[in-house]
Write a protein that binds this ligand. Structure first.
Ligand SMILES: [Zn+2]
Length: 317
């Protein structure tokens, strides 16, 4: 049994990411699970070992340490290829030649039509039933296909430990990009099962992807973990944290004069822990008093943290 935190090493973690990681580590620990950190570095263009190193250091600074070796998706292509091959052999996959722009245009054109409870940006199914001739025409134009999952309007219910009951539809998700790189949902499902992860804690922006992942788990005969989708930390504008919100990474906050322990304690307090101050082992202290019930179900705002996040002095006056 294991829980996990699975960042993409494509930049520094912000305090919202660190907060979710702390929830994941505490929940795994207090339910007697291993805690795995998995680097989702499939996109070799944007992922870098340098960011991985900095993320691991920032996680450790707020008390989040893996209980097993770090796992990297870039070292596990073979596993994903096997799963993709199985889905192809069972007839659950088909080639899709659409560009992003074509998909966007189709979604806009269909915006008036009822779409059941498909996730936002759901693929409209354009290439699902192409004939062999139509496929060869597209190949002849030099188009390289992505591989998509063939679905038929299934919906799944997620009994989420934080978000409650969520019902959502699925669409024909990408299994492998046109350049052959395995896609996010597939890799996550394969890894969670391969690593014995039966508890998934992550930001609630991924709640709508969970039915897709449950569907893939069923097709591949893999178990479904329990889920806890944690409300995101929002910036001043009420949208997800971004650079415009000011100092949002540990390093930026330290540059503004915050101490690492003040940032750590501020994050801990935002999930219902007591400040650790100069306690020699904050994580153990928190684990002794924390439960998932301590976590607020409401989104939290950056301004709720008692930190020097303001970006005012960066703005021209
Ligand atoms: Zn297509």
């Amino acid at each position: 049994m294991a829980g996990r935190f699975a960042p993409s090493p494509t930049g520094d973690l912000h305090i919202g990411n660190l907060r979710t990681a702390l929830v994941a580590a505490l929940l795994a620990h207090t339910t007697e699970r291993e805690f795995i950190i998995r680097m989702e570095d499939l996109d070799l263009v944007t992922a870098s070992p340098e960011f991985e190193e900095r993320q691991i250091a920032d996680l450790a600074a707020v008390g989040v340490v893996a209980s097993a070796e770090i796992v990297r998706q870039s070292e596990r292509f073979e596993l994903y290829r096997n799963a993709i091959d199985r889905l192809t052999e069972s007839g659950d996959a088909y080639p899709c030649y659409c560009s992003r722009r074509e998909i966007r245009a189709e979604i806009e054109a269909a915006a008036q039509a009822p779409n059941g409870n498909l996730p936002d940006g759901a693929y409209p199914g354009t290439c699902r039933n192409l004939t062999t001739v139509q496929r060869s025409e597209r190949e002849a134009e030099g188009r390289r296909p992505a591989l998509r999952l063939r679905t038929s309007g299934e919906t799944y219910v997620v009994d989420d430990m934080v978000a409650g009951r969520f019902e959502g539809g699925i669409d024909d998700v990408v299994l492998a990009r046109a350049d052959g790189v395995p896609a996010y949902n597939l890799a996550v499902v394969v890894d969670d099962a391969a690593q014995g992860i039966d508890q998934v804690v992550r930001g609630d922006d991924l709640l709508s992807s969970t039915p897709r992942q449950i569907h893939l788990q069923r097709l591949l005969g893999l178990p479904t973990p329990e889920y806890a989708h944690v409300p995101l930390v929002l910036g001043d504008m009420g949208s997800r944290l971004a650079k415009r919100d000011g100092a949002i990474t540990l390093q930026e906050l330290v540059e503004r004069g915050e101490s690492v322990s003040a940032v750590r304690d501020s994050i801990a307090m935002s999930i219902g822990c007591q400040p650790a101050g100069s306690h020699p082992d904050p994580f153990t202290m928190w684990a002794a008093q924390w439960s998932l019930d301590s976590l607020s179900r409401q989104p939290i705002h950056l301004a709720d943290f008692d930190l020097a996040v303001s970006s005012d002095d960066d703005r021209p006056s």
